[in-house]
Design a protein around this ligand. Structure first.
Ligand code: ZN
Ligand code: ZN
Length: 238
């Protein structure tokens, strides 16, 4: 079966009012499709094309202290994926969240990732959440939770400052992550899947994983809808 047919959403009523389009190339799609066949193939990152420890296409495990144990990635953050993520962030088309979540859920069923206890999205500050109406990491996390029949908890990690990571340079990003906080509930000895839309420097996911470990999580796997090729200066600074 073709990739784009494997990862479908079924929402024919919504599609009647809002024609369904590929979030990357804008081609019209049928109601069940999330991305077109060509873009699906361009976006997909094969399981053997990235490091399953750090989640990067060119592994940076030896250079950084990682607080997460494993990584699962769906797509290459490249020319087909970038417009789809941008539309997801701007609330224009959320198809990419469903597309990537289904790939991640399918990959997480492999034995190498082990049994998960809960899914936690990387949080967004409340002001930004009110402006946009949703957190893109949360949309992806909820869909994975739905597919794998796991709880999705948004009350454990939170953020108290609304500076977007993509607006900052590497040094500022490292400082900005200090605005993430954790509530010490229900996390003891749990295997947590920490979810985000893009893995770039890894600062955010690594810091959130460190916080979860500090309050007793036994294991943290990160799930990112996409990843980049690491540049030397994009070092994890923690
Ligand atoms: Zn397309
Ligand atoms: Zn690695």
């Amino acid at each position: 079966m073709k990739l784009y047919k494997l990862y479908q959403i079924k929402n024919p009523i919504l599609n009647f009012f809002y024609p369904n389009r590929c979030p990357s190339c804008e081609k019209f799609l049928s109601s069940g499709e999330t991305v077109c066949e060509i873009c699906a193939e361009d976006m997909l990152l094969e399981q053997d094309s990235y490091c399953h420890q750090c989640g990067k296409i060119n592994c940076f495990c030896n250079y950084h202290k990682l607080y997460y144990d494993k990584a699962v990635i769906a797509c290459h953050y490249d020319k087909a994926t970038i417009p789809a993520i941008l539309k997801l962030k701007l609330s224009k088309n959320t198809n990419f969240a469903y597309f990537s979540a289904r790939i991640l859920a399918q990959r997480l069923q492999s034995e190498e990732y082990g049994k998960l206890d809960m899914i936690i999205p990387v949080p967004m500050h409340n002001t930004k959440l009110r402006e946009r109406g949703y957190n893109q990491a949360s949309l992806i996390a909820k869909e994975i939770a739905n597919l794998l029949d796991l709880p999705c908890r948004e009350d454990i990690l939170y953020k108290n400052k609304s500076v977007a990571q993509h607006q900052l340079n590497a040094k500022q990003r490292a400082e900005n992550i200090n605005h993430f906080h954790v509530r010490n509930i229900l996390i003891q000895n749990k295997h947590v899947l920490l979810c985000d839309d893009v893995l770039t420097t890894g600062n955010t996911l690594n810091y959130c994983a460190e916080l979860l470990k500090q309050v007793g999580a036994s294991r943290v796997t990160i799930a990112s809808a996409s990843t980049t090729i690491a540049k030397p200066k994009e070092a994890i600074l923690t």
